[in-house]
Design a protein around this ligand. Structure first.
Ligand SMILES: [Zn+2]
Ligand SMILES: [Zn+2]
Length: 401
């Protein structure tokens, strides 16, 4: 489908994105490049500044559908990098200290752009395709920002798709899951207020560190004793902040952590239980606690129907053997979840190859090729595989016949 020359160009483009990474909502150079390319390829419409730095490219097919209804597919790629210092030294390594494309969003963009160019040339489909380039996936709710900015009102989609490269899954294999594939992400903060004083005179104080240790223990019972064993959930206390000096009992102790689940009902149950613990347990020690709970990303839940359609595309183009059914979901979170709440669709994994990173160029940092790792690099072989996948999806779903 792609000539060697085309693939070299898109590899160069991917490596250019990699060398000039931009953090959430700062994707100005990146989104500018994307818009310019879509315009050069004669897209029917290129819309910038959606959800701050997001871009939507609208492409109309060249065929006439048998039915009079115009069908539209949305395909999303994320654009942002991570606040991480790259340890690779190959020539396309990050030019910016403390910024790195360590999640492969550089690759997701290159894949979608390669598909965009091919489809813009052939227009071998009926209906419309909305190419959605999203900012701030890494903790910035960029998908929500685009939706709040009218994404689906201005560019309605009947179905929506996204992929993520997946280290550890063999190169070019596709991992699908009907149902929840990523968890919901929620954050909590508990501030325990005691009474400070001299560490040699604890009887004059209410030690918030001791109270916090009991609260941490009680929190361990939420998932293990309250949530149904067949309903996966995680509650991690990840930060304990207290004290100024070994000879002082401080006045307060702050606990911070995360809650992950595959459905929002379980989040409700967990939130209520933490609240109950915070309200009652510190009281027994003469302390009080303030509890704050923030819901960040909902779970990423795939439509069964669309996931099966997406699997059939792999079968058609690459063969049944490249499909990994029921790929193991993860409690990592993904803000494509917000889009899937509005439009039926699917989010799947595309194997980036082994974690040893044999696909990486000379000069990689030597560490594992895993997501969010300073030694990571995207596997350029996925550009043609991913782009061929998107082109086939569009041609199959928006077939002329
Ligand atoms: Zn990431
Ligand atoms: Zn990512």
């Amino acid at each position: 489908m792609f000539t060697k020359q085309e693939l070299d160009q898109f590899q160069m483009l991917r490596r250019d994105f990699h060398a000039y990474p931009e953090l959430k909502y700062e994707e100005f150079r990146t989104s500018g490049k994307i818009s310019a390319l879509l315009k050069r390829w004669n897209f029917n419409g290129v819309y910038e500044g959606i959800g701050q730095t997001g871009v939507v490219g609208v492409l109309k097919g060249g065929g006439t559908a048998v039915s009079t209804e115009t069908k539209t597919i949305g395909i999303r790629a994320d654009m942002d990098a991570l606040p991480l210092n790259e340890e690779n030294t190959f020539s396309h390594a990050s030019q910016y200290f403390g910024k790195m494309h360590a999640c492969g969003h550089d690759g997701h963009m290159a894949i979608l752009l390669a598909a965009a160019k091919k489809l813009a040339e052939s227009r071998n489909f009926c209906g419309h395709v909305n190419f959605i380039f999203q900012p701030a996936e890494e903790g910035g709710s960029g998908a929500k920002a685009m939706i709040d900015d009218g994404l689906f009102d201005r560019f309605p989609c009947d179905e929506i798709y996204a992929l993520h490269n997946w280290p550890g899954l063999p190169e070019g294999y596709f991992g699908f899951n009907c149902g929840a594939i990523m968890g919901s992400s929620n954050q909590f903060e508990i501030v325990i207020e005691g009474k400070g004083g001299h560490a040699a005179m604890p009887h004059m104080c209410v030690d918030p560190v001791v109270v916090a240790s009991h609260v941490i223990q009680a929190l361990q019972t939420v998932v293990s004793r309250v949530i149904k064993p067949i309903d996966p959930a995680v509650l991690s206390v990840s930060q304990v902040l207290a004290g100024d000096s070994p000879n002082i009992i401080g006045r307060s102790c702050k606990l911070l952590g995360t809650v992950r689940t595959f459905n929002m009902k379980t989040v409700d149950t967990i939130e209520k239980k933490i609240d109950l613990i915070c309200e009652n347990l510190p009281l027994a020690f003469g302390a009080t606690a303030k509890f704050k709970f923030t819901r960040q990303y909902p779970p990423t839940v795939n439509s069964e129907k669309i996931t099966k359609i997406a699997m059939d595309v792999v079968k058609d183009r690459f063969g049944e053997t490249r499909i990994v059914r029921d790929v193991e979901p993860t409690m990592g979170a993904e803000d494509f979840a917000f889009m899937l709440e509005k439009v039926p669709g699917t989010y799947f994994f595309l194997g980036n190859g082994d974690i040893a990173g044999h696909h990486r160029d000379e000069g990689h940092g030597g560490g594992p090729c895993t997501l969010h790792n300073s030694n990571y690099d995207f596997n350029d072989k996925l550009i043609s595989i991913g782009a061929e996948y998107w082109v086939t999806l569009v041609e199959n779903r928006l077939s002329k016949f």
